[in-house]
Design a protein around this ligand. Structure first.
Ligand code: NAD
Ligand code: MG
Length: 392
């Protein structure tokens, strides 16, 4: 069997580690070309010693020396700084997992796209901040994009792309997060630890907070719009607390097709890793009798305004989704640092959308400019809010 060369961008994160877990179980099928991390240099060293990639890159250049020391004598080439992360993506792996969190993942992921690689896309922020430009590069390079996000992976599995005419709409499921049944008044005081305690999925900090505000579902509506080329009005969201039905496609004859499974990211990752074959995973098998009941409810827009805000940004188009994403990254980081309250996250994003101009980005440089303007505006709103709350 010929080995498939794989690269993992963001190998120390939640999705990155799940990907390596699968690779470790099928050592004959895969060889690791490159691994990258941002600041967790010790974890990267451990992974590199175990998986023996040809190249290991650390995004934060302050850790260059530690990485060199940690891998000396192994023969593994080492790089540091954002250009080294891009270099990792440029190296000739057949398959690249894009699992860096946030807009920081855009440039490296595009390097893999431009080579025409098979790109397993976990990084939804890429599509939110630069969707049209990103998809144009995918088409130009004839890259293969496989969605890792569980909802989009589910849709990809049941979406009859050859007979698009038959598709009426898609339905994204949302768990509702840890505050699905919380009172609005109580939500103002929740701590980062409470926001990160997702009921069904174990994930990185940023996406966990996004799930708690339901901004994650808003980002996913935008992600779905680009991946499946559907208007915002044809992308529904339904809250499904058990996270068993991962998403659905509704056809014009009334049929609705869904993909189901236990909530374990190794299933959608394995779909992408094995594609077009199916590979085995150790994921817990779905036992419907044990699950017993699957429930669905409409999202509550009053307690979770982020979803409507993201939909509005998508309808507005131009640079609005870029602003939404950047402001959200800043606001979530501020919440995690204890600088603003939980409900302040969406307020900051709404303020940025209301005040920062949103011209259509024609180039990736335009995306960077918009992203930077939104980050500056969001940072100053965070400063104001944290000053006001420390006075009060
Ligand atoms: P995480 O925080 O656990 O890991 C993020 C990874 O990105 C780490 O390896 C980190 O070193 C790297 N990174 C962070 N900032 C970087 C930078 N500036 N430059 C280079 N590398 C950087 O995140 P995660 O939960 O694994 O999520 C990764 C992506 O996948 C996110 O876009 C998320 O929305 C998406 N996603 C995650 C899940 C999940 O179950 N965790 C599910 C669906 C989608
Ligand atoms: Mg998801």
């Amino acid at each position: 069997m010929t080995q498939r060369a794989v690269t993992i961008l963001g190998s120390t994160g939640s999705v990155g580690r799940s990907t390596l877990d699968l690779i470790e179980r099928a050592p004959d099928r895969y060889r690791v070309e490159a691994l990258t991390a941002n600041s967790r240099v010790d974890a990267l060293i451990r992974q590199a010693r175990r998986f023996k990639p040809r190249f290991a890159a650390i995004g934060d250049a302050r850790h260059r020396r530690a990485l060199e020391d940690g891998l000396s004598g192994t023969g593994i080439a080492v790089g540091a700084g954002p250009s080294a992360v891009r270099e990792a993506a440029q190296r000739s792996a057949d398959w690249v997992m894009a699992a860096i969190v946030g807009a920081a993942g855009l440039a490296p992921t595009l390097e893999a796209v431009r080579r025409g690689a098979v790109v397993a896309l976990a990084n939804k922020e890429c599509l939110v901040c630069a969707g049209a430009l990103f998809m144009a590069q995918v088409a130009a390079a004839k890259a293969t994009l496989l969605p890792v996000d569980s909802e989009h992976n589910a849709i990809f599995q049941v979406f009859d792309a050859e007979r698009r005419d038959g598709i009426e709409r898609i339905i994204l499921t949302a768990s509702g997060g840890p505050f699905r049944t919380a009172e609005r008044a109580a939500m103002a005081d929740v701590t980062p630890a409470q926001a990160m305690a997702h009921p069904n999925w174990s994930m990185g900090a940023k996406i966990s907070v996004d799930s708690a505000t339901m901004m994650n579902k808003g980002l996913e509506v935008i992600e779905a719009h680009h991946l499946f080329v559907l208007d915002e009005g044809r992308i529904d969201v339904v809250v499904h607390p058990q996270s068993v039905v991962h998403s659905l496609v509704a056809y014009r004859d009334g049929s609705v097709l869904a993909q189901l499974g236990t909530p374990d990211m190794r299933t959608p990752i394995a779909y992408c890793l094995g594609w077009p074959e199916r590979i085995a995973t150790p994921s817990e098998r779905l036992n419907l009798a044990k699950v017993a009941s699957l429930t669905f409810e409409a999202p509550d827009h009053e307690r979770f305004p982020a979803l409507a805000l993201a939909r509005e940004a998508l309808r507005r188009g131009r640079g609005a989704p870029t602003l939404l994403n950047a402001a959200n990254e800043v606001a979530v980081a501020a919440f995690l640092e204890g600088r603003i309250g939980f409900m302040g996250i969406v307020d900051v994003v709404a303020d940025v959308l209301a005040t920062v101009p949103d011209p259509q980005p024609a180039t990736l440089e335009d995306v960077d400019t918009l992203d930077a303007a939104a980050r500056r505006a969001a940072a100053s709103l965070v400063d104001q809010r944290s000053r006001n709350s420390s006075v009060a």
